[in-house]
Design a binder for this molecule. Sequence first.
Ligand code: NAI
Ligand code: PHE
Length: 346
Amino acid sequence: MIDTQLWDGEMTCVRHDERTGATFVIALHSTTLGPAAGGTRAMTYPSVDEAVADARRLAHAMSLKMAAADLPMGGGKSVIMLPEPRAKLDDGQWRDILSVHAHNLELLNGSYWTGPDVGTGSGDMDVLARVTRFAFGRSVTAGGPGSSAEATAQGVFSAIQASVREAGESGLDGLRVLVQGLGAVGSRVASLVAEAGARLLVTDVDEARCEPHVAAGARIVPADEVTRTECDVLAPCATGGVIDTDIAATLPVRVVAGAANNILTTDEAERVLHERGIIVAPDFIANGGGAIHLVGREVLGWSASDVLARTALIEKALDDVFASARDQRISPLRAAAARAVARMQP
Ligand code: NAI
Ligand code: PHE
C-alpha cells in the first residue's frame, strides 16, 4: 500500500509496463522555483512501495539541492524499478524501457526534466533525447555537456575542505580520508584528496576499482567495515543510507562529507552525530556540482569554466551554513535545510 500521507511533495506518478516488466515512478516534489528536475535511477527494488519511497526522498533532496545552489529548477526524481538487475537485461530490453520512460517524460510535458543518476548515464540521455526535449546530460558527441561527475567531484572536494576546517583543521595534509565507492565521482574525489596530502583509504564492492589508488599508496578497507573504520573524514560516494541511528552512535570519524544523496537514514541519526560533535556536510550542498553542471550548461547556457566557478562556491556556501548552525546552536543539516526552504517560498 503506497503511503499518501507522509510526503509533502506535489505529485507522484506510477506506471507499470507489462511488456518490459518495469515499473516507473516519477516524483515531483516541488515546482515552485521552476520545472522539477532530477536524475533517473534504474535498479531493482524489493517492492513498488520502496521504489516510491526512494523516488520521493530523492525528489525532496533535489528540491533542496536546486534551491541551495540557487538554480531556477524544482526537485523531482524518477526511479525505474527494473525486472532484473541492469547487467542481466539485454540491449533491446533496456532500449524498450528507455522508450517507455521517454514517453513518460513527454506526458509530463516539461513539468519534469531528467538527467543521469545511478544506473543511467549520458548515453541513455542521448537515447531519451531522440524522443523528448526533457532529458539533459547528453554525451558530448551527441551535442550535450557530458558527464556531471567531474563537477560533482570538485564540489565534494570543496565540501570536504570546508568541513575539515569546521572540525578545527587547517587542511587535509596528513588526515585519513576514507572514500567509499570509486565510481565516476568517488575515484576523482580520491585522487583530489590524495593530491591535497591526505592519507587515502578506499573501498568498493568491485575491488578492481581500488587497484589504481592502492598502486598510488592508498590502503584498502573491506566494504563491510566502512562504518567501523577509524578515520578523520568519511566520504560516502557509493549509495545513500549509509548511516542509521545505531551507526551514528559509534561511527569513529570526525567528518562526513560525500557525494551520495541522503547519506543519513533518519533525523535521529543526524541528531546523534551532531551531539557527538561530528561535522556532517549536508549532502544536497556537497554534491550540488552535478546539478550545477547540468542545469548550468543545458538551461542557463553556461560554459565549462562558469560551471567550475559556480561549483567552487560550494565551499563558501558550507562555511556560511556552518557559521549559521553554530550561531543558532542547530546542526548544519538543519541550518542548510532552513535556508533552502526559505528560498523555495513562492
Ligand atoms: P557510479 O555508479 O559511477 O559509482 C558508484 C560506485 O560505488 C561503484 O564503483 C560501485 O561499485 C560502488 N559501490 C556500490 N555499492 C557499494 C558499497 N556498498 N560499498 C562500496 N562501494 C559500493 O556512481 P557515481 O556517478 O560515482 O555517483 C556516486 C554517488 O554520488 C551516487 O550515490 C550518486 O547518486 C551520487 N551523485 C552523483 C552525481 C554525479 O554527477 N554523478 C551527482 C550527485 C550525486
Ligand atoms: N543525479 C544527479 C544528482 O542527484 C545529477 C542530476 C542533477 C540529474 C540534476 C538531473 C538533474 O544531482
